[in-house]
Design a protein around this ligand. Structure first.
Ligand SMILES: [Zn+2]
Length: 154
């Protein structure tokens, strides 16, 4: 995992247990029958309002996530949807898991709202002070460059 990311479960274990998203595959052409937990990680920088979540999609019993998927949940025009994160190594089934998670996020508004809520919890747990600096990562005119700079910080 990239330093600078904090696991949602490490700070809000009860909420995480209640809300944890599980991808249940039954006879999937690529993934077969398996269950994957979708773990959430958020950037821990208190002065950053990037609106990014990093998903670690991990099979039951596995040590490492099979797929790392980053998503800007409040995108500006031109910001891509959920995508495989370039800073993490991906497992062989990562592309198929990305597709499943993209589909789920597209249709499940409650899931999208939960992500935003969890992000708020994580940021609320940070010391305040830089909120006036605003959303300098997600909303700069050059969103692509901003996201790259975020990744360097992470
Ligand atoms: Zn951030």
């Amino acid at each position: 995992m990239i330093p600078g990311l904090a696991a949602f479960a490490s700070r809000f274990a009860d909420v995480e247990r209640r809300d944890r998203q599980v991808l249940v595959m039954r006879g999937h052409p690529t993934l077969g029958s398996a269950e994957y937990s979708v773990l959430e990680f958020y950037c821990a920088a208190s002065d950053c309002d990037c609106r990014l979540v990093m998903f670690g999609v991990i099979a039951a019993g596995a040590r490492e996530p099979e797929a790392w998927i980053s998503w800007c949940f409040e995108p500006q025009p031109g910001v891509p949807g959920p995508e495989l994160d370039a800073m993490h190594s991906q497992g062989p089934w990562a592309a198929a898991l990305l597709e499943e998670l993209q589909r789920l996020l597209a249709r499940d508004e409650n899931l999208r709202l939960r992500i935003a809520e969890h992000y708020g919890l994580m940021k609320g747990a940070q010391p305040k002070g830089a909120s006036k600096a605003g959303r300098h990562h997600g909303l700069s005119p050059d969103v692509g460059a901003a996201r790259h700079s975020l990744r360097r910080e992470l």
